[in-house]
Design a protein around this ligand. Sequence first.
Ligand code: ATP
Length: 207
Amino acid sequence: MIGIFGGTFDPIHYGHLRSALEVKEVFGLTKLLLIPSAQPPHRTQPEATATQRLQMLELAVSNHSELSVDARELAHDGPSYMVDTLASLSEDYPQESLLLFIGSDAFKYLSHWHQWQRIFDLAHIVVLTRPGTEIDHLEAFFKQRLCQQLTELASTKAGKLYFQPVTSLDISATAIRQKIINQQNPGFLLPDMVLAYIKQHQLYQRH
Ligand code: ATP
């Protein structure tokens, strides 16, 4: 099983990294790919450039061989749609099933994603429980796919939905950017090497 953790990573922080490491272990994944998006279709555009976000990701995982960075969404212009990314990954890893990890805040908007139902033809979706965001009501489409046991994911290659609690770290890239604007120190919310990169490139200093 290959795990996919997409995001803007503007910047990458310990909320992302801790969750990625935990799911790599819990699901016994062959690989966990952190995939930065070029132009996220559903939100405001990132402040750091694609290259800067990629370099920060590479610094963040440089001492962690259990996590990998995959830059395929940055290789083309225009918006990056997860359905296309998954199709491309399933060509690269035809023997593996794909597990797409998303935070519970992102899951609430899943039905606005481009061809979102087709995502379930290509991958299982695992929703990471994030502090302050509870899923109270599930649509029938999701209820039909819901698994209670992790082992049920192995019964098919794609199409299931599973909720996985991860250690709650109430960290967001927005809060980190805001601290920098306010000239506060965001230390210990993200790796020191990433923070040094942000300082060196004077990122996030203005609105
Ligand atoms: P922003 O504050 O700019 O919206 P973010 O911190 O939410 O950014 P993203 O890059 O948008 O980070 O998130 C990528 C993925 O990581 C999403 O699925 C999101 O739900 C998840 N995620 C973000 N922060 C955390 C966290 N603290 N714990 C677990 N998952 C997280």
